[in-house]
Structures are given as C-alpha cells and as structure tokens.
Design a protein around this ligand. Structure first.
Ligand code: ADP
Ligand code: ZN
Length: 217
C-alpha cells in the first residue's frame, strides 16, 4: 500500500506530477491547496476565514489544516493508499500526521521530494495559468495550452491564481525554506525520503517516479 507525501517548493511541479501519479496509480489526490481554494470559491465559513492568508501567500493555521486532513484521510477511499500534496508543511503538521495517521491506520510510508532552483520556480509561477474546473496547470511560455487561454482537458477558460504574483510568491518561498524544508530532514531520518530533480522534462520525471513506486508497491 502506498501512503505518499509529495513535497517541494511552490512551482516545483507537485500538482502536475500528482495528477499523473494519482491517475496512473489509482490513488486519491489530496491537495490542501485545492481544498482551501474550493472552500474560498464556495464562500464557506472556512473559505472566508482563510482567504486573505492564502491569497497573500501565508500559511493557514496548523490546527485548521490538520483537522481538515485528518477528516479527509479517514474516508474510505484512502484505505488502499493516498497521495498527499501540500501537507504537511510544518513540523507540527508532520508530528500531527504521524500521530493521527497511526490512530486511523493511514501511516505515511513514502515521501517524494521535488527539488527546483528559485530562478526556475519564479519563471514557472509567473507564467502559470490553471483550470479552475479540473485543476490542470499550463504555462504561457513553456507549457502552452493547445488553444490560448483554454484548458486542454475540459475546455474551461484558464485563470491566474491570486497568489501567483511576485509578492505572494516571495512569502510562499520564504515559508517553504523556513517552515517546510526542515521536514526533509525529519523524513530523511525516518528513511522515507526520495528526492528528484524537478527541472527534468515531465516524461523523464514520470519514468523515475513510476520506477520508484513500482519498487515500493
Ligand atoms: P503551492 O505549493 O504552489 O504554494 P498550494 O496549492 O499547495 O500551493 O497551496 C496554496 C496555499 O494554500 C498556500 O500558500 C497556503 O496558504 C495554503 N496551504 C496549503 N497547504 C497548507 C498547509 N499544509 N498548511 C498551511 N497552509 C496551507
Ligand atoms: Zn480543465
């Protein structure tokens, strides 16, 4: 059974590879960023509470985030494996996951870390356009959709995320280095960490990730 965490700085390609991995390996893709964006779009109480934090590039509180993830992982569709994207992002979140994961029978057994230098991340994020319906990502320079401004998969007009601007990105990157990067050591010590070069072409990355998952299946 594969209980996977996908890690990496904003723009490293977590979402892109998560989409492929979850389809190919039949794992539910659980993205805290997507869950928060859905809450914001629906105008729910949670959505209104977190809107300014998320759009500014800040981190939602550990308490709120952990509660949301615990509930999601408890569901039946995660019983045969899952793919967590964007969680944990802080040491307290990783500790909480270790403890409730044990409690609900969902312990992590593989951590995939996608590395990428900052200058590449900035280019990717500033050119990124996403599909608000199916979550697919494109880039106006490096990964153009077939028809400009339209999703290849579902035909929906693409949008730019509110936090994909220079100042929010700077906050996200700083949070990554300050709060999230220390987790790499945490999972390395646990013997779960596998790091990949996020600048590789997508197909090469898929081949490498596929080989790793096969060896762990
Ligand atoms: P990216 O990895 O590109 O920065 P995500 O889509 O994973 O973006 O997350 C978007 C935003 O959602 C984050 O900047 C943060 O505000 C919030 N968020 C997502 N996951 C977490 C988390 N585990 N803890 C706190 N905040 C989170
Ligand atoms: Zn789409």
């Amino acid at each position: 059974m594969l209980n996977i965490i996908l890690m990496g700085p904003p723009g490293a390609g977590k979402g892109t590879h998560a989409k492929w991995l979850s389809t190919e390996w039949h794992l539910p893709h659980i993205s805290t960023g997507d869950m928060f964006r859905e809450a914001m779009a629906s105008g729910s109480e949670l959505g209104n509470k977190i809107k300014d934090i998320v759009n500014g590039g800040g981190l939602v509180s550990d308490e709120l985030t952990c509660e949301l993830v615990k509930e999601r992982l408890s569901r039946e569709d995660c019983a045969n494996g899952y793919l967590l994207d964007g969680f944990p992002r802080t040491i307290p979140q990783a500790e909480a996951l270790a403890s409730f994961g044990k409690e609900i029978g969902r312990e992590v057994n593989l951590v995939i870390d996608i590395e990428c230098p900052s200058d590449v991340l900035i280019k990717r994020i500033s050119g990124r356009r996403v599909c608000p319906k199916c979550g697919a990502s494109f880039n106006v320079e490096t990964m153009k959709p077939k028809v400009e401004g339209v999703c290849d998969y579902c035909g929906t007009p693409l949008i730019q995320r509110k936090d994909d601007n220079a100042s929010s990105f700077a906050v996200r990157l700083e949070n990554y280095h300050k709060s999230t990067a220390p987790l790499l050591d945490f999972y390395k010590k646990a013997g779960l960490l596998h790091s990949f070069d996020g600048t590789l072409p997508i197909l090469n990355m898929e081949a490498e990730l596929g080989a790793l998952l096969k060896s762990k299946e």
